[in-house]
Ligand binder design. Structure first.
Ligand SMILES: [Fe+2]
Ligand SMILES: [Fe+2]
Length: 243
């Protein structure tokens, strides 16, 4: 599994993990993130059971398990959190943040050793030493209880399934040509996002944030002007096409 530092400064590092060459063909590729400060480490989107051994060994290159004191789960999907029982045994000292809506469901995965912190619908701010992470509501995009993560100091938005792309293995980490990339995102957003109202509200709120880097849970990372191109594209897109 590859690891790349995608943002760094003010005592904080964002590291993206993914693009594992050993991942079986039919499993959707996922990105995972570690936010590292001098005394905290936050694992965002711990991933599927299939990814656990590779992700754990990649994360250990950056910090010991004792230092990972927070885990964030954006929503209930297996690609986001079916590994939770394994992390539960690895990080019994950690707090796990997940939408309140999914607590009774996520507990079926087995997460009784970590402290479960339900995120209220309006979101919450996790204060770390050197940086704050804001859990920004992204409900119905696609899950009815769903959050993004925003770091206002490094201007990074971890956008979960928003911005996701379906493409062959071995793709680059960053969007390099938005027009070429757009078709790879189209089906995912049209079919997995159910609500135009939720989508338009999210676009309006994200336009008010200062975002240099938008990092989704699948596919490539958007930089600078490509973040705005994505918001414009999503705003114009028809969603909920499976009806
Ligand atoms: Fe999902
Ligand atoms: Fe996903």
């Amino acid at each position: 599994m590859k690891a790349t530092v995608i943002a760094e400064g003010r005592g904080t590092k964002w590291i993206c993990f993914g693009r594992d060459d050993d991942m079986p063909e039919k499993i959707i590729e996922t990105n995972h993130f570690l936010v590292l400060t001098p005394s905290d480490a936050v694992l965002l989107e711990p991933g599927g059971t299939e990814s656990f051994p590779a992700l754990l060994s990649a994360v250990l290159q950056y910090c010991p398990v004792e230092r990972i004191n927070h885990v964030f789960v954006s929503h209930q999907d297996p690609d986001v959190c079916s590994s939770i029982s394994l992390w539960n045994d690895t990080l019994p000292h950690a707090k796990m943040y997940a939408p309140w809506l999914w607590e009774g469901f996520l507990r079926h995965f087995g997460c009784d050793r970590m402290e479960f912190v339900p995120i209220p619908d309006e979101g919450l701010t996790l204060a770390l030493d050197q940086c704050d992470l804001r859990f920004v509501p992204a409900h119905y995009l696609h899950s009815p209880g769903n959050f993004n993560v925003y770091d206002a100091r490094l201007k990074v938005l971890m956008s979960g399934d928003l911005g996701a792309a379906l493409e062959p293995r071995g793709s680059p980490l960053y969007v390099d040509d938005f027009a070429l990339h757009e078709p790879r995102m189209r089906l995912f957003h049209q079919r997995w996002l159910p609500s135009r109202r939720a989508k338009d509200d999210w676009v309006r709120r994200v336009r008010q944030l200062d975002v240099d880097l938008m990092a989704p849970q699948h596919g490539r990372i958007f930089r600078g002007p490509d973040v705005t191109r994505f918001l414009d594209w999503l705003e114009a897109l028809e969603v909920g096409i499976g009806v």
